[in-house]
Ligand binder design. Structure first.
Ligand code: HAM
Length: 415
């Protein structure tokens, strides 16, 4: 038997209906906030991620699906969506639009991580990016949008963690101090952190290795190193959250696993998820466009893991499975079956969800199936009904049966 590749998975019914509902809810809410969809390719030139996400991140150094094309170009299956969106923004000169640009995307991402619950090698993200403003009000608005979205899905228990990691002006001072402190404790750090403590010390704060945690806990807080501009930006952001009644916790070591972040970073976590508890991650990336040879452009955005979101939606009982048929057609005999297929066509054209079986069934067995499918009504079509043009419509909840013509049927179903 050929199985799906490790770390990938099929999305089967009825769960696929939950996916559709979540995706359409996202589209609806993002539309309310003025976001438009962008679709970028699933593979890009490797250098986009190497430069954009950062050579020293876990994603780029260990987790990318990189391959050589026949013309020897190095290509990579996208591990995330922000760098491709900014690449596209620069390539198509979307910065010429005088307004702030709000884009969202939805689709598969690829990271060669160790698979476990909530962690896959092909997973799906819904993400959104706002390009062209450094106003912290944008950040609060995006978090407000996420609150509405999660609320719509019935997710009540989530925690918002926020931080500021400063900018290219104030961060070097913090990094220098971090380097000094880490050098003194180098022997106690994991192998990766020993390297990172010299190449990219901020990454140490993001390390998940157990033995590194007490050392990280004792490191200085980046919030004490913010310059006036970054401090004021962060304070405004927090005050906008408070104004909206959005609860949060400031976590000074929240630096996130990608190098492009500046100033605000955030995560939304859920207890339900266990070890992989980050549902949504995001932040500001004011230098990314320039790094990719575009004009200076401020950016802020987030991405959420759909597999994780679906786990939470399912566990909080808000299943939103596919809708049952409104009408189950029960033909008795060949001629009635032929009539049923055409009747179903007409009803479906008028927006009524119909079902019928392709194998001959007795009335009793047809009604049993209608019950199993949780159909609201069953329509009995026998020899007599074919001649009279009147059908027996049975309400499944209480067995009430009325005679209807094909025309009355539509009215009845709509009612
Ligand atoms: P990220 O934190 O790497 O950020 O990923 C965002 C979310 O994707 C995570 O919180 C998680 O829910 C989900 N995720 C990541 N890796 C996996 C995996 N292996 N399996 C299942 N789910 C996963 C970004 O990707 C940034 N581009 C977010 C962003 C947008 N920042 C600014 N704009």
């Amino acid at each position: 038997m050929i199985r799906a590749v490790k770390g990938t998975h099929d999305i089967l019914p009825p769960e696929s209906a939950v996916w559709n509902r979540v995706e359409s809810t996202a589209r609806e809410i993002f539309d309310l906030y003025g976001f438009s969809e962008i679709r970028t390719p699933v593979f890009e030139r490797t250098e986009l991620f190497a430069r954009g996400v950062g050579e020293d991140t876990d994603i780029v150094s260990k987790e990318m699906y990189t391959f050589e094309d026949r013309d020897e170009t190095s290509l990579t299956l996208r591990p995330e969506g922000t760098a491709p969106v900014v690449r596209s923004y620069i390539e198509h000169q979307l910065y010429q639009d005088p307004q702030v640009l709000k884009l969202y995307y939805l689709g598969p991402m690829f990271r060669r991580e160790r698979p476990q619950k909530g962690r896959y090698r092909q997973f799906h993200q819904i993400g959104a990016e706002v390009l062209g403003s450094d106003n912290p009000a944008i950040e609060a608005e995006v978090l407000e949008m996420l609150e509405l979205f999660l609320g719509r899905l019935g997710i009540k228990e989530s925690t918002l963690l926020v931080n500021s990691i400063g900018c290219s002006r104030c961060r070097p001072r913090f990094l220098q101090r971090l380097k000094q402190e880490l050098a003194a404790k180098k022997d106690l750090l994991c192998e990766d952190c020993q390297r990172r403590s010299e190449t990219n010390p901020l990454r140490v704060l993001d390390c998940k290795v157990e033995s590194c945690q007490p050392i990280i806990d004792g490191l200085p807080s980046i919030l004490d190193f913010l310059d006036d501009g970054c401090r004021a930006h962060f304070d405004k952001f927090l005050s906008y959250l408070k104004e909206r009644g959005i609860g949060f916790t400031v976590i000074p070591r929240l630096v996130r696993g990608l190098d492009y972040y500046t100033r605000t970073t955030f995560e939304i976590t859920s207890r339900i998820l266990g070890a992989q508890n980050t549902l949504i991650g995001g932040g500001r990336y004011d230098g990314l466009a320039e790094l990719l040879e575009g004009p200076p452009t401020q950016g802020f955005g987030f991405a959420l893991g759909l597999e994780r979101l679906i786990l939470v939606v399912q566990q909080t009982g808000n299943l939103m499975a596919s809708l049952p048929p409104q009408l189950f057609l029960a033909p008795l005999g060949e001629a009635a079956f032929a009539r049923s297929t055409l009747l179903a066509r007409d009803l479906r054209r008028q927006g009524i969800r119909c079902a019928y079986d392709f194998e001959p069934r007795s009335l009793k067995s047809a009604l049993r199936l209608a019950n199993k499918l949780q159909a609201q009504f069953a329509l009995i079509i026998g020899e007599a009904e074919l001649h009279s043009g009147k059908f027996q419509l049975k309400r499944m909840s209480d067995g009430e049966q009325v005679e209807v013509s094909a025309e009355q049927l539509v009215e009845r179903m709509r009612g």
